[in-house]
Write a protein that binds this ligand. Structure first.
Ligand SMILES: [Zn+2]
Length: 266
């Protein structure tokens, strides 16, 4: 594994052949004007290495990325506890992790992730009222993008279904899913089953107003919307068909990078 890749994941050439470091106060000799890969705002001063590639990032984002890595690592232990249904220990564990790392949580990623985790654990434990409260706490953080909103809406809907309130579940998910952004069309098929599940629970077909959204998801994968007996069945067929397919963005990335030699390497 080499350090200092010459092309980053966005295909921009990074390497400079001449050292025109005049006037820069950024302490990097090779890449004096490069912005942080993660925040795209501050100068990149550190190298963050993931499994398959390295990125130049600022100090704050290096902290943030390491924090994420540490929390994901801690989850390996929490998952073992979850499998043994030791829910209160997991809840105490994630809370303790948050308290110990709050000073590193520059953008509230950890606080939000812990709120999300609490919802998951409480739902698993069948403590739906508490899960609903945790879900509301999670929803008070800003959403990064529409898929975060859909994920939150599906969790709220799941709880309402478990509590025997299907109409509320459908209303909640439809509201969340009404926020659409073409940049995230590839995530549409994955979430369609919530429309089907909630509508089924209410005892009505999926509203035709969602057909266009499902079609946008199909277009992103360059497939035709499957024709089935109902819109709901077509949606489930689309979700199944696209589950393992590369999205439009993945196809374009591969095309621009020549394909063939692995996803993450230039
Ligand atoms: Zn940064």
């Amino acid at each position: 594994m080499e350090n200092g890749p010459t092309i980053n994941v966005h295909g921009q050439a990074i390497a400079r052949t001449e050292s025109d470091a005049g006037g820069s106060d950024v302490p990097s000799a090779n890449e004096p004007h490069q912005l942080c890969w993660f925040c795209k705002k501050r100068p990149a001063t550190h190298t963050h290495t993931q499994t398959n590639f390295s990125e130049r990032v600022c100090a704050t984002c290096l902290d943030r990325l390491q924090l994420q890595h540490d929390f994901e690592h801690a989850w390996l232990h929490f998952l073992e506890l979850l499998n043994e249904e030791r829910y209160d220990e997991v809840l105490a564990g994630v809370d303790a992790f948050l308290e110990a790392n709050r000073h590193r949580d520059h953008d509230q990623w950890l606080a939000r992730s812990v709120a999300m985790s609490r919802e998951t654990v409480l739902f698993e434990a069948g403590r739906y009222a508490e899960a609903d409260e945790a879900c509301d706490a999670w929803g008070r953080f800003p959403f990064d993008n529409v898929t975060d909103r859909w994920s939150h809406g599906s969790s709220k809907a799941r709880i309402a279904l478990a509590l025997g309130r299907p109409q509320e579940a459908l209303t909640i998910f439809e509201e969340a899913f009404s926020h659409q952004d073409p940049r995230y069309a590839s995530a549409i098929p994955y979430y369609l089953h919530w429309l089907v599940d909630c509508s089924d629970a209410v005892g009505q077909p999926v509203d035709e107003k969602w057909r266009r959204v499902a079609e946008a998801g199909a277009e992103d994968f360059a497939v035709e919307m499957p024709v089935r007996g109902s819109l709901g069945e077509s949606m489930l067929a689309l979700a199944e068909m696209t589950r393992e397919m590369p999205s439009k963005r993945q196809r374009e990335w591969k095309a621009n990078h020549g394909g063939g030699a692995g996803e993450d390497k230039p």
